[in-house]
Every structure is written in structure tokens, then in C-alpha cells.
Design a protein around this ligand. Structure first.
Ligand code: GYE
Length: 384
């Protein structure tokens, strides 16, 4: 194609220059003298010029093609979002937040994939976004590792990646991470428990932990943060098993705990509210009394609306929030990129800690005094 274009251009230019010669002076009657060296130099120059012209034409054609492609999406910003799944109330709120923000009315064409807690499906979803040629990819990584290969593919495709909520710990090929500090959440639960048992005159802590999805940064941070305080205070952590952030998982683990540790535990920590709901069912069925003034202190994370209702009902003694409404902040990152700016690499969304009045105690995390919010009808009404 390119050669054809060059020869067409060359013929055109040579013809034009010959015609121009005929018009100005008397056409030579004798046969034209054999081409002199100067004529070859002219031909080379013309060929060079023709090549440049062809390259400019090809570049212009490429730009037009790209504009046409963009125009095909009605000028919307195409965003691919690979969501963890639908395992909890928290996840539902996170998904709704993203779908509300990245709507067509707001100028986005959102491709949403619920990866159903399946790591392979999540990688597949990201690769499908690359195939689609989206403008941005958002990932909430089910677990923190195994990401560098697929993030390299995004990088090679020139598609910026933004990580929301959970972290990716084995690759830095993404523009920004927007989420909560899970280690601080775990430490806050431990430091609150220390202040609470002291205030209640409870001398011993024998704790059972129902963990989130193993290998997720939310599970790692909450488990490690609480364990740090437990080790410092000499508490006994009788067992840790995963409930996979689901209500069924929480109930199953708690049923097993009620059999294996009957009468030996006085604290249960669930790494999200849905596990706490399942644990409550199991303890009810086993006749275990929990909540303020009872045998077992029940601690939870997320502080979703349903979780705060259980705090108000005197079931969950303290609930440590993880804010699921990060989508507006992620949109801010995209807007910064769209305007040619450089967004922050890490953007923390604020979390709060909740309890009923009698369970609100003063405590600090890493030397920073913490504020607890008393659960009331208004607080529940305003929650996510
Ligand atoms: O705690 C849980 C959800 O990644 C922080 O995942 C999130 C966790 C949250 O299933 O409810």
C-alpha cells in the first residue's frame, strides 16, 4: 500500500514538474538528452518528499480512526470495574456506590463484573476490559497477591488501573489505591477492648476470631492489628478460622467454636458484620449469651446499617467501620488523570468506631486519641 502510494505521488509530482517546464519555454524538438546526474538527485529528493507526505497521510488517517472510535462511544469515558463479589452488605453498598457514580448521566460507560470471590474470574474480567479497550480499569482485588502479570498487560495496553478498597501487595503497576487502613481497624478493636475490659473489671481475655477471606488485605490487616494488641496484653487467642466474610461462613465457624470451646471464651471478633450475624445465630442456638452485660463480648467490623442495628439491640458490643463509599474518590482520581494531572498514589477514606453509650470508652491507637460514635436512630438512618 505504502509503495503504491509513494509511486502514485512520485508520478504526480514528476508529471507536474514536466508540464510546468513545457508551459514556460519552447518544447525541445531534439530527443531529450540522457538524464544528467542532477536529474537523479532531483528524483531522489522528490522520492524523499513523497515518503514524508505518505507518512503524514498515514498519521492523519490513524488520528481520524482513533477519533471515530472515540466518537463511537458517544464521548463517554469507558470504565471497567472488576468487583470482588456480592458476599456482604458492605459489598452491596460498595457496588451501588460505584454504579451510581460511574453512570451514563455522569459521562461514563461502565462495564461491571461481579467476580463472585473467584480470583481466576477476576483476572479474566480485567483481561476482557483490555480487549474492550476501556479508558480506565478499577479493581477491588479479592486477595492481595498474584497481580503483577495482568497489571503488566494493562500497562502494556496503556490503560491506567485504580485499585479500590483492598490492596494489591505484589505489584505497583497501578495509578492509585483508594481505601481504608485495615491494620488501624484491627488495632482500634484491640485498643478499645483493652480499655473496655479494664473499665468492666474483666481480668482475662480468651478470644475467638472469625477471619475474613484469607489473603485479602482486609483480613490480613484486621487479624494482624488485633493480634498485636493481644500479644502486648497477654490475651489468649484460642482460635482463628475464616468465615470468608459471609453470614453462612460465620455461623458455621461459630457452631464449631461453640462445641470446641464451650465455656472457655469471653470474646468473639468477627471480621465483618455478616460473619457476626451468622455467629449470633450459632450462639443463640448454643445458648451462649453475648452483648453488653452478658458472658461474651461480640466485636465486629464494617458497621453497615444492619450491623449498627445489632449494636443498638445490645448484640454487637462495638463495631469498627470500613467505609464502602470510595467511588466518588476514585472518580476524583479519574478526573485528575483526564485533565493531565497526577493523582495521589494512596488515598485513605475515613472510618468511624461505634458502640452504645455504656460501651464508649477512651482509647488511643498508635498514640492518637480515638473518638467513638454513640449508635442512635439518627446515626443508623444516616449509615450506608
Ligand atoms: O469488610 C467485607 C467485604 O474488603 C473491606 O470485604 C472489604 C471487606 C468487608 O466482604 O464485608
Amino acid at each position: 500500500m505504502k509503495k503504491k502510494l509513494i509511486s502514485m505521488l512520485l508520478t504526480g509530482v514528476m508529471t507536474a514538474s514536466l508540464l510546468a517546464g513545457c508551459g514556460g519555454a519552447t518544447a525541445p524538438t531534439a530527443p531529450a538528452a540522457p538524464a544528467a546526474p542532477a536529474a537523479e538527485a532531483v528524483e531522489e529528493k522528490v522520492e524523499e518528499k513523497a515518503e514524508e507526505v505518505v507518512e503524514d497521510v498515514e498519521e492523519a488517517a490513524e488520528e481520524v480512526k482513533e477519533e471515530v472510535a472515540d466518537a463511537g462511544s458517544d464521548g463517554l469515558i469507558a470504565v471497567g470495574f472488576a468487583q470482588v463479589g456480592h458476599e456482604s452488605d458492605w459489598r452491596t453498598a460498595s457496588t451501588k456506590s460505584c454504579q451510581d457514580v460511574f453512570s451514563k448521566e455522569n459521562g461514563y460507560d461502565l462495564s461491571f463484573v461481579d467476580c463472585d470471590n473467584d480470583e481466576a474470574a477476576q483476572k479474566e474480567a480485567v483481561r476482557s476490559f483490555i480487549e474492550q479497550g476501556v479508558d480506565y480499569i478499577i479493581i477491588d482485588p479479592i486477595i492481595a497477591t498474584g497481580w503483577d502479570t495482568v497489571l503488566t498487560e494493562c500497562d502494556d495496553a496503556g490503560i491506567p488501573v485504580i485499585v479500590i478498597d483492598r490492596t494489591i501487595d505484589d505489584s505497583d503497576k497501578y495509578v492509585s489505591w483508594v481505601g481504608s487502613d485495615f491494620l488501624t481497624e484491627g488495632k482500634a478493636a484491640g485498643e478499645w477492648l483493652k480499655a473496655y475490659v479494664d473499665a468492666q473489671g474483666i481480668k482475662e481475655v480468651n478470644a475467638l476470631i472469625i477471619q475474613g477471606t484469607i489473603g485479602s488485605s482486609a483480613q490480613i490487616g484486621r487479624t494482624d492489628g488485633f493480634q498485636e494488641i493481644a500479644d502486648r496484653e497477654g490475651w489468649t487467642v484460642l482460635d482463628k478460622q475464616t468465615g470468608d466474610f459471609t453470614e453462612a461462613g460465620g455461623q458455621e465457624v461459630m457452631e464449631s467454636y461453640c462445641k470446641s470451646y464451650a465455656g472457655k471464651f469471653n470474646v468473639v471478633i468477627c471480621e465483618n458484620d455478616n460473619e457476626a450475624f451468622g455467629a449470633m445465630t450459632a450462639m443463640d442456638n448454643a445458648g451462649v449469651k453475648y452483648g453488653p452485660g452478658n458472658d461474651v463480648i461480640l466485636i465486629s467490623y464494617d458497621a453497615c446499617t444492619a450491623g449498627l442495628k445489632e449494636v443498638q439491640a445490645g448484640k454487637i458490643t462495638a463495631d469498627f467501620e470500613c467505609n464502602p463509599l470510595a467511588a466518588p474518590t476514585v472518580e476524583g482520581v479519574i478526573k485528575t488523570l483526564e485533565s493531565g494531572g497526577t493523582p495521589e498514589a494512596q488515598i485513605l477514606v475515613p472510618d468511624n468506631w461505634y458502640a452504645l453509650k455504656d460501651a464508649i470508652v477512651d482509647f488511643s491507637v498508635d498514640g492518637n486519641a480515638q473518638k467513638m460514635i454513640e449508635v442512635t436512630d439518627e446515626v443508623i438512618e444516616a449509615q450506608y
